[in-house]
Write a protein that binds this ligand. Structure first.
Ligand SMILES: [Zn+2]
Length: 275
């Protein structure tokens, strides 16, 4: 039995090497890369929802070079001690191509911590990359607004730059469970924006309060990264939401950048589930 439930009827799913199956006979195949597709066609707004192939490839190329390693390290440091040494459960909701999910698994392993880790994302392109990272993480294609996950399953949910669905987070967390949310700070990638836009705007940082959760801690992560080549700059640009909002002129400016030093600024926000 797994923590995953059937997206059709809500019964628990059993795992076989190639499939997940519920007692009512609904079957879900495992992709060649290893993730299971639990996205129902009725739940998709487009044929291929989520980050597209180019965004996923850019993000993976950029993250695998370690530019955001300080964030991954700070996240591991903040959340792994919140989990039990043995038998802890962690959900990475909106895991993308799995860079942070993998780092969490690696650091837990290095510390001798035995965790069951699940990664969920709506983009099959992203999951295809994620599932190749580690076979001991359960990766599933699903929407964070309709998680195919049994109620009260997780000690901790991480959500990094992902769409927010508070009700589902509350539902899948165990009582007293933890939530770690990562958001960009106001000046995140400021110098990249300055290079591209005539009038760069700061990211809006909203109120920290979340319904159903008690705010516990804010951990700022700040630094500077140096990109010494245009392909890395393009990868960074293309993995951001700005890319699609940028004029042709802005895109040309990005294409002409030979190097870039820019600020990175994140906030890790820790919460406990009320009740
Ligand atoms: Zn079923």
């Amino acid at each position: 039995m797994s923590i995953l439930i059937c997206p059709v009827c809500g019964n628990p799913l059993s795992e076989t090497p190639n499939q997940y199956r519920c007692p009512d006979g609904h079957c879900f195949d495992r992709a060649k890369s290893g993730y299971v597709n639990l996205l129902l066609s009725s739940g998709k707004h487009t044929k291929l929802p989520g980050d597209n192939k180019m965004m996923v490839a850019s993000r993976k190329a950029f993250l695998d070079k370690g530019y955001y390693r300080p964030l991954a390290d700070a996240l591991c440091q903040a959340v792994l001690p919140l989990l039990p040494r043995v038998g802890g459960t962690l959900l990475d909701a909106g895991c993308g191509e799995g860079y942070y999910t993998q780092r969490l698994a690696e650091e837990a392993e290095a510390a001798g911590q035995q965790l069951a880790i699940t990664g969920v994302d709506i983009s099959k392109f992203a999951l295809d990359k994620a599932a190749r990272r580690r076979k001991d993480i359960c990766f599933a294609a699903a929407s964070v607004f309709h998680l195919p996950i049994a109620t009260a399953s997780y000690n901790l949910v991480t959500t990094l730059f992902a769409p927010w669905c508070g009700e589902e987070m509350i539902r899948v967390l165990k009582p007293g469970g933890w939530l770690a949310m990562v958001i960009p700070g106001p000046k995140h990638l400021w110098e990249l924006k300055e290079a591209i836009y005539d009038q760069p705007y700061e990211n809006e940082v909203r109120d920290y309060q979340l319904e159903g959760f008690a705010f516990q801690q804010r951990i700022p992560v700040e630094g500077e990264i140096f990109l010494d080549n245009n392909p890395d700059i393009q990868s960074l640009f293309q993995m951001t939401p700005y890319y699609y909002k940028t004029s042709a002129e802005g895109q040309q400016r990005a294409a002409a950048l030979k190097e870039l030093t820019t600020r990175i600024q994140f906030e890790i926000l820790l919460y406990t589930r009320n009740g």
